[in-house]
Write a protein that binds this ligand. Sequence first.
Ligand SMILES: Nc1ncnc2c1ncn2[C@@H]1O[C@H](COP(=O)(O)OP(=O)(O)OP(=O)(O)O)[C@@H](O)[C@H]1O
Ligand SMILES: O=C(O)c1ccc[n+]([C@@H]2O[C@H](COP(=O)([O-])O)[C@@H](O)[C@H]2O)c1
Length: 258
Amino acid sequence: MRPPHPLYFRDLLDKSGQASRRHFRFAKKISLIGISDKASKPEKESNLMRIGLFGGSFDPVHVGHLWIAEAARETLALDQVRWIPTATSPLKPAGAVASNKDRLEMLKQALVDNPYYELDDREIRRGAVSYTVDTVAELVQEMPDSQFFMIIGSDSLASFPLWRQPQRLLGLITPAVVQRGGEEAIDFSVLEGLVERDRIAEIASHVIAMPVIELSSSELRERVQQGRSIRYRTPRAVERVIRQRGLYRSPPIANATD
Ligand SMILES: Nc1ncnc2c1ncn2[C@@H]1O[C@H](COP(=O)(O)OP(=O)(O)OP(=O)(O)O)[C@@H](O)[C@H]1O
Ligand SMILES: O=C(O)c1ccc[n+]([C@@H]2O[C@H](COP(=O)([O-])O)[C@@H](O)[C@H]2O)c1
């Protein structure tokens, strides 16, 4: 029988108001040595909880995002993928088109049936520009028994030197870069000067392979605005939220909030 997922224990303990680190560690141990996933997952090297952080505007979330998260979970043997919608992405200052509330609802609907996925709305609660280093520093402090990976596209890696405090960020988290099939080898030389060669080699060993999915949130927004189909490009439940709330019908007005 498949033992319960570690998060099951955490939720249970949280709900009963009796959460303790010791219990949670014990629960993790049972689950990890519990034999279950060995056939489908790479071996874990330690008992640290492996958490992938996946940030983006998700305006709206689409199947490309879901594919990335699943490929990352499998490749890196993650215990959890934490989806973190931005308030405003630092390099997309125009802001999202849908409101924070609507983007959160779409994500909630998209993630609902996957126990490995967690929706983390801290950047939206914090507001203003969402710098990853602030978010990661917070999480590292909150969850000291975890090892964090930052799931990013190769386009994001290319802009990495422009990010806030990239060196500090690389000391806190390992980027796991998505490589789409057919794409040229990822150029990790952008990290030179920020970290040592050994660390670059380690980061390069965490590449997540996935097929090319020619899809973006911009394309979905454009399709909705033109009255075209978005079926199979996003989960049905997300499509429903878009339709019921009348999202993306009119030309974009930047900086939508709550
Ligand atoms: N089809 C895709 N294949 C691989 N990576 C993707 C794909 N779509 C988005 N990503 C990656 O997912 C992360 C979050 O993306 P984001 O929410 O900004 O979506 P987007 O589709 O790129 O949005 P937009 O079209 O509004 O710029 C980014 O790191 C981005 O590179
Ligand atoms: O911290 C930064 O300076 C920074 C700069 C660019 C992008 N990011 C993060 O990268 C993730 C994807 O960004 P984007 O622009 O594709 O929405 C999202 O979580 C952003 O907060 C972070």
